[in-house]
Design a protein around this ligand. Structure first.
Ligand code: XMP
Ligand code: MG
Length: 179
């Protein structure tokens, strides 16, 4: 059991389960990209541990860059405005894999997919450690998924609750009786 701020979280995925799954994903990527170079685009902050553990197991030539997505309410418009910070022009002509921590409604990954596509990569695939299929519409397709999980808030292994919990080596789920 883990307490962060006012909330309690119970064990969900162990560090061993996470590492075993990452080894499988890395092997799949190494196979799929044999003879090619890969440009990883890691979405901060949440994906940093997943990205690091995955990256260490990549055996094809691999570049990496880190981006951040900011969401805010635009002045004078009702909708939410996204901004992708840090995307390097060098994605052009590269085989790009975007690496996320979690896909929930998919709004974030959809925005990133559109923006990276506009930079004309040679190819583009998406990887996410976690995905909530009860919420995600399925578009765009996530090519490399660590774990499909129920629609319940999780923390640990890069994911936070109000800033805390990122350093936990395992993943924890919000307790049933809390919201
Ligand atoms: P969307 O809905 O755009 O959301 O797919 C993706 C972003 O929302 C955050 N998120 C979570 N963060 N535990 C977290 O720590 C969760 O269960 C969770 N669900 C969504 C996260 O920042 C992600 O990039
Ligand atoms: Mg967060």
């Amino acid at each position: 059991m883990v307490q962060l701020h006012d909330k309690t979280f119970g064990p969900y995925l162990t560090a061993e389960e996470i590492q075993q799954r990452i080894a499988v994903l890395a092997a799949q990527i190494n196979r799929d990209y044999a003879g090619k170079e890969v440009m990883f685009v890691s979405v901060l902050n949440g994906s940093f541990l997943f990205m690091a553990d995955l990256f260490k197991q990549i055996t094809v030539p691999a570049y990496i860059q880190f981006v951040r997505v900011y969401s805010y309410r635009g002045t004078g418009s009702s909708g939410k405005v996204n901004e992708l910070m840090g995307l390097n022009e060098t994605v052009k002509g590269k085989h790009v894999i975007v690496v996320e921590d979690i896909v929930d409604t998919g709004l974030t990954i959809q925005y990133i997919h559109r923006t990276v596509t506009a930079h004309e990569p040679a190819s583009l695939k998406l990887a996410s450690l976690l995905l909530k299929p009860e919420v995600y519409g399925g578009n765009p397709k996530i090519d490399y998924i660590g774990f499909e999980i129920p629609n319940r808030f999780v923390v640990g292994y890069g994911l936070d609750y109000e800033g805390l919990g990122r350093n936990l080596p395992a993943i924890y789920q919000l307790k049933e009786n809390e919201v």
